[in-house]
Ligand binder design. Structure first.
Ligand SMILES: [Zn+2]
Length: 312
């Protein structure tokens, strides 16, 4: 039976004097040390339920080493259902390593960073809407990249490289948690699950099973690897994430499904105006797998419609 400790870490006070807390849960002791952080984006709830399942499993398991969980890293965002922190509207996944004397979201990311950096491998759990589950690997070279791929690969789901450098920079992704941990030499990556404000319960299972697989790989629990069959898995490495954007406004009818492989310039969908007249055939100039579909039918120019996995 693993020892489970739950701790509330006070970050700041609200107007009424009550505290905004981070919830930290530690299972087991010693090494190896896994860090799991859930829902820095407050409208991404699937990971929380994955971690509940993990805790249910671990509380009756023998665990060697320790798992540190931050359950809901944007507590006020979760309460308000917002991606950003509701007070300062900061995207906290662009606010690492944080600042202990800074505004609330930066105090939170500072605290997260201090906890996460005391780990042998760190996984930042998110959701990406109507998608297959996937891991995102930040730009990293050499031995550390091999370590990241080794741990990420043990989980049994699709692995994608981050955006090309220009888009990676434009999105300020180097200020998210995994690259800041990579700078310290700690293997770290992002796990994207399906869902968002609405929990995807198949995705919950995938997240739970992927973490179990990582723990099996690290020799932390005595069970065998579990297969992931809830969603398609791209087994081959070397794919990168690309967004396929719209040029027109209108109503989108997608022609593809999650996991489909499509040749370049194949119509992925069609955008019609209110009269039903076709404004745009949505196409992409690269072949690849459909990893994510739009959440909405109404689209505007430059909306991210499809997420694709493409080989460089
Ligand atoms: Zn996110």
């Amino acid at each position: 039976m693993a020892n489970i400790r739950i701790e509330s870490i006070p970050i700041a006070r609200r107007l009424d004097g009550s505290y905004i807390n981070l919830t930290k849960i530690v299972v087991g002791e010693g090494e190896p040390k896994i860090f799991l952080g859930a829902s820095i984006h407050g409208d991404e709830l699937t990971p929380i339920a994955s971690l509940w399942r993990l805790l249910e499993y671990l509380k009756v398991a023998e665990v060697s080493g320790s798992v540190t969980i931050l359950m809901g890293m944007n507590p006020e965002g979760i309460a308000f259902g917002t991606r950003v922190d509701p007070y300062f509207k900061v995207d906290m996944n662009r606010a690492y390593p944080g600042d202990k004397d800074g505004i609330l979201p930066r105090r939170i990311t500072h605290t997260i960073f201090q906890i996460a950096k005391d780990s042998d491998v760190a996984v930042d759990l998110h959701t990406a809407g109507n998608c297959i589950p996937f891991i995102l690997v930040d730009p990293v070279e050499g031995g550390l990249r091999s370590e990241v791929l080794k741990y990420a690969g043990s989980m049994g789901i699709t692995i994608l490289e981050e955006y090309l450098e220009k888009d990676y920079k434009a999105e300020h992704l180097s200020e998210s948690l995994p690259p800041k941990l990579l700078e310290l030499g700690i293997p770290s990556y992002t796990l994207e699950l399906p869902g968002g404000l609405r929990i995807d319960w198949k995705g919950v299972n995938v997240g739970y099973k992927a973490i179990i697989n990582l723990m099996v790989f690290l020799g932390m629990i005595d069970t065998s690897k579990v297969s992931i069959d809830e969603y398609p898995v791209i087994k081959e490495l070397g794919y990168r994430r690309y967004d396929v954007k719209s040029s027109s406004a209108g109503i989108l009818e997608p022609y593809v499904e999650l996991g489909d492989y499509v040749e370049k310039f194949t119509p992925l969908g069609v955008i019609r105006n209110l009269s039903g007249v076709i404004e745009e055939w949505v196409k992409f100039d690269k072949s690849g797998y459909i990893v994510g579909l739009p959440n909405r039918s109404i689209v505007y120019p430059a909306d991210r419609l499809f997420l694709m996995a493409v080989k460089d």
